[in-house]
Design a binder for this molecule. Structure first.
Ligand SMILES: Cc1ncc(CO)c(N)n1
Length: 242
């Protein structure tokens, strides 16, 4: 055995890059989280979502918590837009901000109405640990003022959602179709436009990652790994409660 540096069972970037010369930094980050990526994209909560079988109370709780996630996500994405190197690197982030604060936000509002979510549940219930963890991680990434840290968290959030939504969309029932709260959430996280958002975030990581020194790279990887773990925690809590 060589004395190579490992991150869990995974190789560190310089060595990994030699083994995978045609793949980028974003792929390396995924390789460092081992089975956790698959655990998010194949989570049983997402299977239930794709079949329209999430019980209504779990659905309400998930949407209330996820709407709180969205607020910090918007701040973080705005921070990434501010820290991107060029106008061309900012524009896809700006366009995506518009989608999140437009169509995605009104999706939540319509769900709350249709599912009879009361203001007390919406505003008076505590954050889950996973929600708190995510809010803190997003705030930390923003406050680090390091573009790679910000994009790492965003790439996990969007990449894992493309992963599960794309998977379950293939087998979603059509007759009768899913209720809008199930189908529109899948629609928001599939398709050419959303895939282009994920590709943009990964391309940003592929650009900036190789410029980082060892300490900055390790920090970026920790953000990526923590975000992936929090995605699992979030779905676990959505499924099982706290
Ligand atoms: C927890 C979580 N992760 C990712 C997304 C996708 O934006 C979301 N809505 N919520």
């Amino acid at each position: 055995m060589s004395g190579s540096t490992t991150i869990g069972a995974a190789k560190d970037w310089p060595e990994w890059q030699q083994d995978n010369p045609d793949q980028g930094f974003s792929k390396w980050l995924v390789s460092t989280v081992g089975d956790n990526w698959q655990a998010v994209t194949h989570h049983p909560f997402t299977d239930a979502w794709g079949k329209g079988e999430v019980p209504t109370e779990n659905l309400r709780r998930y949407l209330v918590q996820d709407h709180r996630f969205l607020d910090r996500f918007v701040s973080l994405l705005a921070g990434a837009v501010a820290h991107a190197p060029t106008l061309a690197d900012r524009i896809p982030g700006c366009q995506f901000l518009a989608l999140i604060t437009g169509k995605e936000n009104t999706y939540f509002e319509r769900c709350f109405t249709a599912l009879g979510v009361r203001n007390n549940q919406r505003f008076g219930t505590p954050d889950w640990d996973a929600t708190k963890g995510f809010k803190n991680l997003m705030a930390d990434a923003l406050q680090s003022s390091v573009y790679a840290n910000m994009v790492a968290v965003l790439a996990v959030a969007e990449g894992t959602y493309l992963g599960w939504a794309d998977r379950v969309a293939k087998t979603a029932p059509t007759n009768p179709p899913l209720d809008f709260w199930f189908s529109e959430w899948i629609d928001l996280h599939t398709g050419d436009y959303f895939a282009s958002v994920v590709a943009y975030l990964n391309a940003q990581l592929d650009e900036v990652g190789p410029t980082l020194d060892d300490a900055a790279r390790a920090e970026c990887q920790r953000y990526f790994a923590q975000a992936t773990q929090l995605e699992i925690d979030f779905f676990n809590t959505a499924q099982n409660g706290e």
